[in-house]
Design a binder for this molecule. Structure first.
Ligand code: ADP
Length: 293
């Protein structure tokens, strides 16, 4: 028997007062574990995340979590919600431990002893315990994002929404952050929005690609990659050949290499002499999906 889905998004649309149609009928069903929402800037990811966090309402559509209507009772939904927004402000000079405790009070954790225990456990879990007396405002980008996860986990949420968490992190910090997210997802729905293909490749058993407010494809990354087998072609060409190939082919990516350009092209047959068929990867899936749109 398949498990019952936990988060269901049906026909959700949002148009801003300036006329921008940020979401155009989003349908997604998201089960436990890490789900990656991948899309370029402006795709509508943050808009969807804010709607799921009940910070703004959609114009149309339904949201249910564990079968319960989210929009009918946002207050109840917030009790099992954790949210890490794209930019979260912190009070200057307040230590990680104090700030987390304060945010715990705001989250409704009224029992001081239990709250302190939870704050302590979260600081351990996010590897910030040694830094608990330091001001969050002085943290590095990676530490700040780990603190962001600690605050999102207050109150043991069952739905965790993480909006572009690795943007601006260096590779080492990103790796650390990935490990932390990977450890979390066992019995929570974690929805991760990102424009970085690598985040999804490393972390998410399921994913969707969003562009111009629409879901363009959805599935397991491995299956989406396999579906492109035999259709991705590569060739190193001289720079002056690039514009003509762009005009005649679906170019997925161009990488500079020693004065030449290595092109990856999507095609059902050899696109031109000298192209070799190569194994597809998730970046090919991403660019092929956006190109088809
Ligand atoms: P993403 O998170 O994928 O970058 P957003 O949800 O932030 O996408 O934005 C989707 C579209 O909606 C963009 O065109 C953006 O400019 C627009 N947008 C976002 N927020 C607002 C707002 N508050 N008012 C008007 N337009 C907005």
């Amino acid at each position: 028997m398949p498990r019952s889905p936990m988060l269901r998004i049906s026909a959700v649309s949002k148009t801003y007062p300036n006329g921008v149609k940020a979401l155009r009928g989003i349908d997604l069903t998201i089960d436990k574990g890490l789900f990656g929402l991948l899309g370029p800037n402006g795709a509508g990811k943050s808009t969807l995340m804010r709607i799921l966090a009940t910070l703004q309402a959609p114009d149309a559509g339904q949201l249910t979590f564990d079968g319960v209507d989210v929009l009918a009772d946002p207050q109840a939904h917030r009790r099992h919600l954790g949210y890490l927004p794209q930019d979260f402000g912190v009070y200057p000079g307040v230590s990680a431990e104090e700030l987390l405790d304060h945010l715990g009070v705001l989250k409704g954790l009224t029992n001081a002893r239990q709250r302190r225990e939870q704050v302590d456990a979260l600081l351990q879990q996010t590897h910030l315990h040694a830094h608990r007396k330091k001001a969050v405002s002085g943290f590095s980008g990676g530490m700040r994002q780990r603190f962001g996860i600690a605050q999102a986990l207050l109150g043991q949420p069952r739905l965790l929404i993480v909006d572009e968490p690795t943007a601006g992190l260096d590779p080492e910090e990103r790796n650390r952050f990935h490990n932390l997210l990977g450890e979390l997802a066992e019995d929570v729905v974690v929805l991760l929005s990102t424009h970085i293909v690598e985040d999804v490749r490393q972390l998410c058993p399921r994913m969707a690609i969003l562009s111009h407010g629409q879901v363009l494809c959805e599935g397991a990354p491995g299956q989406l990659v396999d579906a492109l087998t035999g259709r991705v072609w590569r060739k190193a060409v001289e720079k002056h050949e690039v514009p003509a190939l762009h005009a005649s082919q679906t170019v997925l990516s161009t990488q500079r290499s020693g004065g030449r350009a290595v092109l990856r092209v999507l095609a059902d047959a050899p696109p031109a002499p000298g192209f070799e068929c190569v194994p597809p990867d998730l970046e090919d899936v991403y660019f092929a999906t956006l190109a088809a749109k």
